[in-house]
Design a protein around this ligand. Structure first.
Ligand code: GLN
Length: 308
């Protein structure tokens, strides 16, 4: 197939760009090899095409947010989740302490305030914190189509410096958006962010969204189709934080980034894409990942607002 050659060429083109920094606020992430670079396409038929470092494990970080949102919607239903987390783009950084003034409701599930809340809504009501983590890891694994595990070192490293996320969680608790111990919820959320994936896993997770919630390889319907529509809509409007508008115009693919350097895009009915490169721009999005997606989108006409 010509696709691996195309991907190799695209990687070679972005490789010289060494701008950006690894996430320093989680010390363990700053030890990652900054030169790692990989890209994967996964089709609805289950074909996987990749080039570069596609089997290197790294932590999923914020790319877990759309999937945990999906699990919360599937497990609790739309109304209880929407009552606690909105769907409005914030145009702010991922870790902004931004809540709706009157209700204390986080603006959307892609920023940390919303994601900490959706973590608390995963699984049936009343689960103990560790059972909820299990539900989330099971769910993420079902999206990927293989058993995923947690990187304990990254998790411990983030927990030691989690003051900002703890502050957000205590704010949520004061508004009654969280109803339990804020520290336990942040601990669970950080475990969720510390799930290890490869670019290949992320492409499978993305194509499961592109395929109405059915993993093309396992055939499992992970979440119902209406949940997927909701998740992709929120990814399209909020997935890239304060760069969401640039992304929507330049790339035009529902997407989500993570501070370990992963980036996914899911084009409904067409393809799942994942890239991995650890250096980040000031928004916390992978520098080379953004370049690769810009290129994929224009080379293949993947922008959702373009007539194919
Ligand atoms: N675990 C990270 C945090 O909460 C995730 C951030 C990200 O990937 N953008 O800060």
């Amino acid at each position: 197939s010509v696709i691996p050659d195309y991907l190799t060429e695209a990687l070679d083109d972005v490789r010289p760009d060494t701008s950006g920094e690894r996430a320093g606020y989680i010390p363990e992430l700053a030890t990652a090899d900054p030169e790692r670079l990989g890209a994967v396409f996964a089709t609805l038929e289950g074909a996987v095409y990749g080039a570069g470092d596609i089997d290197t494990e790294f932590t999923i970080q914020s790319i877990s947010k759309p999937f945990t949102y999906a699990l919360a919607l599937a497990d609790r239903g739309f109304a209880p989740v929407l009552a606690k987390v909105g769907v409005e783009p914030s145009g702010e950084a991922f870790n902004e302490i931004s809540l709706e003034p009157s209700t204390g409701r986080p603006l959307n599930p892609m920023i940390n305030a919303g994601a900490i809340t959706t973590h608390s809504l995963a699984g049936v009501e009343g689960l103990a914190p560790d059972q909820r983590v299990e539900r989330v890891v099971d769910g993420l694994s079902a999206f990927a189509g293989r058993r995923l595990s947690i990187d304990e070192a990254v998790c411990a490293s983030e927990m030691e410096h989690a003051h900002r996320n703890l502050a957000i969680a205590y704010m949520l608790r004061s508004h009654g958006i969280l109803t339990e111990d804020p520290r336990a919820v942040v601990d669970g959320y950080v475990r969720q962010c510390s799930v290890l994936v490869t670019a290949r896993d992320l492409a499978m997770m993305a194509v499961t969204l592109a395929n109405r919630g059915v993993n093309p390889l396992s055939g499992v319907q992970v979440v119902p189709a209406p949940v997927v529509r909701q998740v992709l809509s929120v990814m399209a409007t909020c997935g890239m934080y304060d760069a969401a508008g640039d992304w929507a115009t330049q790339v035009g693919i529902p997407a989500k980034s993570g501070v370990a350097g992963g980036l996914i895009g899911a084009l409904p009915g067409q393809i799942g894409i994942a890239t991995f490169s650890p250096r980040l721009d000031p928004h916390g999005n992978s520098v080379r990942g953004v370049s690769l997606f810009e290129r994929f989108s224009s080379d293949m006409g993947l922008h959702v607002m373009e007539v194919p």
